[in-house]
Every structure is written in C-alpha cells, then in structure tokens.
Design a protein around this ligand. Structure first.
Ligand SMILES: [Zn+2]
Length: 224
C-alpha cells in the first residue's frame, strides 16, 4: 500500500471525525501492519448472549466482522476471519475448548500484526449500554486505549452519555495471540437501544469504520 496515500486518507478521516487530535508522530512510526485477524466470537451451538427478542451475539458479530474485513481489504490489508459463517469451528466433547484452540491455531498460522475479537455484552441492568475494549498483554494496551477513545467519542458519549475505560482481561485468545490483540464488546444485547442499533446495517458500518480508523491510526504511529 502507498503510505503517503494512506497518510492522506488518515488525515481526511481524522478531520471528518473532528474531535480526534491529529497524531504528531503519524509518519515517523510505522508498525507495518500487513495482516489483521478478525475473530467473530462464538458460532454454531454457542450463540453467545441473546436479546429478549432472540437476537444472537454470534449472528451480529459475524456481520460486524465482515464489514470490518471489507474496510481493511479496501485499505490494502490482508484479512483473516477465524470463522466466515454461522457454523461452529470444531465439534466434539469439549466444544468451547477446541473451538478456542482452533481460533488460536488460525491466528498463529496467519502471523498477523493485530487481532480483533468481536463480541457483544449483556447485563442484568438493562439500562447499561455502550462499547468496551479488553486487552491482555501490555503490548496491546496502546491499541486498546486508542480504540476505546474513538468508540467513546463516536458512540459512548453521544449515545450512552458516558465513557468506558479499557479493562485488562485474562482470556485465552488474548493470552495466546502472538501480537497485540483486543476484544471489543460492541454493545449490550440486554439494552433495547443497543440491540436496535446493532441490527441496523448503517450503524454497523459506522462501527466498523470507527474500528478501522483506530487500526489505521495505530498502524501509523498513534500511541507510545
Ligand atoms: Zn461473546
């Protein structure tokens, strides 16, 4: 990919966002991200969390992952999805364990520079809404912070009236990824408004574009 062209694109994107500061080290640090693994959580028998209306996490995260993949491919990145359809990765007695191991196998085989695992949340208090980023190792902290900042500015503050903070999590996929990796909880299926938004194609495109912006900014120097 032509870096100059990309930097211009980023500046345009940042100016469209408006509220983001233009990174001062934009062109001096290049993390050389070539391959991104997108991991749509759950699948098959494991549908993840569900809404009162029966909307399944596994279905919605796959839609978000596909759109994010399209943005990344249009930007010249290699994209690997850990699953491309609704079926489980691997059956067997310990479905969840083998499923997670298979995802990590796919990640390691792809030799990515970044792993984005997409999930949805659920909470007993149905008023809880918004997006939150989880990270494992210290090498993922900068990207998690950047992504959370963008999601706070573009979604959480205007839609939920609050910011979320990144959280360190002890998760297999984060611990085993050979590169920076985050889990993005893209909203609460227990909240009616989040559910309605997540079922809207335009909203999912906005969300995927925001995550794509954070990948571009991080790739070309934002963060320590
Ligand atoms: Zn999940």
């Amino acid at each position: 990919m032509c870096i100059n062209k990309l930097v211009v694109w980023i500046l345009v994107a940042v100016s469209m966002v408006g509220v983001l500061a233009i990174p001062t080290v934009l062109s001096s640090v290049n993390r050389d991200v070539k391959t991104v693994v997108i991991d749509p959580g759950h699948g098959g028998l494991d549908s993840g969390v569900s809404s009162e209306n029966g909307v399944k996490e596994s279905d919605v995260v796959l839609l978000i992952a596909r759109v994010l993949g399209e943005y990344l491919e249009s930007g010249g990145f290699n994209v690997v999805l850990t699953r491309k359809n609704q079926s489980a990765l691997i059956g067997g007695r310990f479905v969840k364990k083998t499923d997670m191991e298979r995802r990590v196998e796919i990640i390691k085989k792809a030799s990515p520079q970044l792993v984005i695992s997409i999930h949805l949340n659920s909470f007993s208090d149905k008023r809880r809404k918004g997006m939150q980023v989880f990270f494992g190792g210290d090498n993922s902290r900068d990207f998690a912070l950047l992504t959370q900042d963008i999601l706070n500015q573009q979604f959480n503050l205007p839609d939920a009236g609050r910011n979320f903070s990144i959280l360190k999590a002890d998760k297999y996929i984060l611990n085993e990824s050979p590169c920076p990796a985050v889990i993005i909880e893209c909203g609460f299926l227990s909240n009616n408004e989040d559910e309605r938004n997540l079922l809207d194609d335009t909203y999912r495109h906005r969300l995927a574009e925001s995550i794509y912006q954070s990948i571009l900014l991080w790739s070309f120097g934002e963060g320590a």
